[in-house]
Ligand binder design. Structure first.
Ligand SMILES: Cc1ncc(COP(=O)(O)O)c(C=O)c1O
Length: 401
C-alpha cells in the first residue's frame, strides 16, 4: 500500500475525517477508495477568488461536495478565500454547522415549510421565491423568535424555469419581505442556463432580465446588498455575471464546466478527486475465452486479466466498458473488459503483462504521465463530469491528502 493510503486510513481511523455514512466504514477493508486533494480544492478556490475579485466566492458544496465530502471541501474552499457556502438542502447546511463551520450558508432553493425550523436554528440563509415559503419562514421565526431578523436571498427566474419567482412576482415578494421586521433581504440572485456555452446570447438576455428586476426593486427603495448569478461557467467566461458574488461548484473541484470549451482560464484548475483501487486477482486467460457476464468480451490472444474491486454499486457505470473505458496500471492504459459488475470489474492487460495482485489501479486520476479525467468518463457515457463524481458511492471511503 502507498504511504498516503496508510496515512489516509489512519486519519480516518482516528476520526479526524468527517464521514457521513457508516457504509464508508465497510469500505475501508477493501482496497478501493476515492482520494481527494484538499490542497487542490483550496488552490482552485483561491484561483477563482483571484479571478473574480472584488466579487466574493460562495463555494457550492451540495451533494456532499459533488461527491468529494462536503465538510472538508467547505473548509478547504474557505481557506482558499471563499466566504460563503452554498447547499441544496437545509439538511446539508445542518451537516456543515454540526461540523462547526460558521460561515454564511445559503440554501440555494426554497426550503420546504418543514425545513424552516432547521434553517433558523442552524442560522442558514434560505432562498425564497413563493408566498407560501415566505409565510412558512415567518411562522417559524414567530415560533422560534430569533434575536436578529432572518437573512434571506430572493431568487428570480430569468429564463431557466427551474426555480425562482418570475420577475414580476419577485418584485412583489421583495416588497412583502422588506415589510417584515422578522426578515432581512440580503440577496437577489438568479441561475444561468447556458453559461457553459460562452457564445450563446441567452446568458446576456438572462442578465438583462436580472438587472431589470434589480432596477425595479431599487425603484421601490429595496437594495439587496448581494447580487449574484454566476456558476463556474459564469464566473470564468461571463465577467458581467460576477456582480457581488459568484457561486462556483465544479471549478472548485478542478473540473471545467464543459468539455468542449478550450480556454486558457481552465489551466488554473487542478482536479481534486481520484478514484483508485488495487488489483485483487490477476491470472492468465487463454485466447478465445469470454469475460464477465454475457461473455461478450472475447480474448483474441492469451492475456493477463486483472480483477479490480469496484463496480456499478460504487458508481462505475456498467456501460463504461462497452464505451471504451480504460484504467491505468503501472503507468499504462488498459481496457475495462466485459461488463462492469456490481462490485468488481475486469481489465484486459494483454499477453505477458507484468500485472499482479496489489498493483495500484487508477480509474480516475493520474498515474505516471497518463491521466483519466471525470470528463473522459462523462464523454464516453454521454453525460457530464458532475454526474460522474456525484455518483461515486458512499461505499467508497474518502481519503484526504
Ligand atoms: C443555484 C446554483 N448555483 C451554483 C451552482 C454551481 O454550478 P457549477 O457547479 O456549474 O459551478 C449550482 C449547481 O448546479 C446551482 O444549482
Amino acid at each position: 500500500m502507498e504511504p498516503e493510503f496508510v496515512q489516509g486510513m489512519s486519519r480516518v481511523a482516528e476520526g479526524e475525517v468527517h464521514l457521513t455514512t457508516a457504509k464508508r466504514v465497510a469500505g475501508w477493508l477493501r482496497p478501493a477508495w476515492v482520494e481527494v486533494s484538499l490542497a487542490a480544492v483550496e488552490a482552485n478556490a483561491a484561483y477563482v477568488a483571484g479571478l473574480v475579485a472584488p466579487a466574493r466566492v460562495c463555494a457550492i458544496v451540495k451533494a456532499d461536495g459533488y461527491g468529494h465530502g462536503a465538510v472538508l471541501v467547505a473548509e478547504a474552499a474557505l481557506a482558499g478565500g471563499a466566504t460563503y457556502l452554498g447547499v441544496a438542502l437545509a439538511e446539508e447546511g445542518h451537516e456543515l454547522r454540526t461540523a462547526g463551520i460558521d460561515a454564511p450558508v445559503l440554501v440555494l432553493s426554497e426550503p420546504p415549510p418543514e425545513a424552516m425550523r432547521l434553517v433558523i436554528e442552524d442560522g442558514l440563509i434560505p432562498t425564497l421565491y413563493t408566498e407560501e415559503g415566505t409565510h412558512a419562514l415567518l411562522e417559524a421565526a414567530a415560533r422560534l423568535n430569533p434575536e436578529a431578523p432572518v437573512p434571506v436571498h430572493l431568487k428570480v427566474d430569468t429564463g431557466m424555469h427551474r426555480v425562482g419567482a418570475t420577475p414580476g412576482a419577485a418584485v412583489e415578494l421583495a416588497r412583502a419581505i422588506a415589510g417584515e421586521p422578522r426578515l432581512r433581504l440580503d440577496g437577489l440572485f438568479t441561475h444561468l442556463a447556458v453559461a457553459d456555452a460562452p457564445a450563446d446570447p441567452f446568458t446576456a438576455h438572462q442578465l438583462d432580465v436580472f438587472e431589470a428586476t434589480r432596477s425595479a426593486l431599487a425603484r421601490q427603495g429595496i437594495l439587496p446588498s448581494l447580487l449574484h448569478a454566476a456558476n463556474s461557467a459564469g464566473a470564468l467566461w461571463h465577467p458581467r455575471s460576477r456582480y457581488d458574488m459568484v457561486r462556483p461548484g465544479i471549478a472548485l473541484y478542478g473540473l471545467g464546466p464543459a468539455p468542449s470549451v478550450q480556454d486558457p482560464l481552465l489551466g488554473g484548475l487542478r482536479p481534486a478527486l481520484s478514484l483508485k483501487a488495487e488489483v485483487t486477482l490477476a491470472k492468465e486467460v487463454a485466447a478465445g475465452e469470454g469475460l464477465s457476464y454475457g461473455l461478450r468480451y472475447r480474448l483474441t490472444e492469451p492475456s493477463t486479466v486483472a480483477t479490480v474491486p469496484v463496480g456499478y454499486a460504487d458508481g462505475v457505470p456498467r456501460r463504461l466498458a462497452g464505451t471504451g473505458g480504460e484504467v491505468l496500471i503501472g503507468g499504462r492504459r488498459y481496457p475495462i473488459a466485459g461488463s462492469v459488475t456490481m462490485d468488481q470489474l475486469m481489465v484486459d492487460c494483454g499477453p505477458g503483462a507484468n500485472v499482479k495482485a496489489g498493483d495500484e489501479v487508477v480509474l480516475i486520476g493520474r498515474q505516471g504521465d497518463q491521466e483519466i479525467t471525470a470528463w473522459d468518463w462523462a464523454e464516453r457515457l454521454g453525460t457530464i463530469a458532475y454526474e460522474v463524481t456525484c455518483a461515486l458511492s458512499p461505499r467508497l471511503p474518502r481519503i484526504y491528502t
